[in-house]
Design a protein around this ligand. Structure first.
Ligand code: 2BA
Length: 104
């Protein structure tokens, strides 16, 4: 099972691309703890041999770039006016083995 956290802006395109290639996916609205921005979390359940193909789709759709942001309040240094550079886009991906899968 693949859990992927992606930018809101990439999420519709990613959902379409996965479904178009026949990979089942569920998109859940989520919020990043650091930037407190909306992002999207995907749950994708596939056979182990399909994992590389799914990761290729995620890489293709979710490209990363750097952005200067004002640090959020509550984060150390959050009251400072100096923007910090963070990487946005791309995807944070967890791949886990599933012990059992049932559809009832
Ligand atoms: P956020 O927590 O809002 O983080 C957005 C981006 O801000 C991060 O991108 C990273 O570049 C930067 N960042 C995060 N914490 C930071 C800090 N303490 N100081 C400076 N910069 C910091 P990504 O690493 O690509 O993460 C994108 C989103 O993926 C995160 O949004 C969070 O929702 C999720 N995420 C990342 N790592 C995770 C993990 N280990 N477990 C669960 N969710 C995770």
């Amino acid at each position: 099972m693949i859990t992927a956290i992606v930018r809101d802006e990439d999420s519709s395109h990613l959902l379409e691309s996965l479904v178009a290639r026949g990979f089942p996916a569920t998109k859940i609205g989520s919020t990043g703890g650091f930037l407190r921005r909306g992002n999207a979390t995907f749950i994708i359940g596939v056979d182990a041999e399909e994992v590389p193909a799914v990761l290729a789709v995620i890489r293709e759709v979710c490209r990363s770039h750097s952005e200067l942001i004002q640090p959020p309040l509550g984060i150390e240094g959050g009251l400072a006016t100096t923007p910090i550079e963070v990487k946005v886009g791309g995807a944070v991906v967890f791949v886990q083995n599933v012990e059992r899968f049932e559809k009832t």
